[in-house]
Design a protein around this ligand. Structure first.
Ligand code: ADP
Length: 218
């Protein structure tokens, strides 16, 4: 409704809204971006889109691309992104799915930060696994909410009452993708101080077709 309403106004005669056309188009664009992210989340939870098709990939390249594409959004919110993942880390994983994980974690880190906050990406390896983390100095998560954040449609009360957009699907998708790779994801957080999400992926994930319906954990 908001996209169509603002596009209608942008199409009105210029004298009806003098000097406002660009701002109408920008609002329509920002709402179209939110709609795109909602649709892609909903498509991801549909049963046939969660297969894993691994290939050799360098995590550093993927993180670099995700950081670059999140840059404009972070800048417009006054949030700094620091990318410390500057060393090649090779693994066998599905690059499209790992990008989805990174995009979700990075977009949350920016969304739940305040102007002046910082988001830091790190990556390292252990014997059999490659790990990465997304840390923000944002609003944080209450202790009682932490066990629930990976559940489908969960949003904390404070976030629900705020104007921060979202439907509560992103972290469930993250968990499912990571577990389909044979990996794990954890969250640590302190209210008002920030959060760290850490993903561990085995260096060699198995090829895996999409499963049937989405289970109760997501
Ligand atoms: P959404 O962001 O669409 O609400 P998610 O599944 O990505 O859904 O996240 C679920 C909830 O977890 C969010 O609504 C928010 O309460 C909390 N959350 C996730 N990431 C962060 C973060 N980086 N900082 C603070 N809260 C977060």
């Amino acid at each position: 409704m908001s996209i169509l309403g603002y596009l209608d106004m942008a199409l009105d005669a210029p004298e009806d809204h003098p000097g406002q056309h660009e701002s109408f188009l920008r609002i329509a664009q920002s709402n179209a971006e939110k709609l795109l992210s909602l649709v892609s989340d909903l498509l991801s939870v549909s049963s046939d889109s969660m297969g894993v098709h691994p290939q050799r990939m360098d995590l550093m390249d993927l993180i670099g691309m995700c950081v670059a594409s999140a840059g404009p959004r972070a800048k417009s919110r006054g949030v700094d992104i620091v990318n410390e993942a500057t060393r090649s880390l090779w693994l066998t994983a599905d690059p499209g799915r790992v990008t989805q994980v990174l995009d979700n974690l990075l977009s949350n880190a920016i969304k739940y930060s305040r102007p002046g906050d910082t988001v830091t990406l790190r990556a390292w390896e252990t014997g059999e696994a490659v790990c990465f983390s997304v840390t923000d100095t944002g609003i944080g998560i209450a202790e009682e909410d932490l066990p629930k954040i990976f559940t489908r449609y969960f949003r904390s009360d404070s976030v629900r009452e705020s104007s921060i957009p979202g439907v509560g699907l992103g972290l469930g998708i993250v968990k499912r993708i990571v577990e389909n790779h044979g990996g794990s994801v954890t969250a640590n957080s302190r209210p008002n101080l920030g959060s760290t999400f850490t993903v561990t992926l085995p260096k060699g994930a198995a090829d895996r077709e999409a499963e049937g319906s989405v289970g109760p954990s997501l």
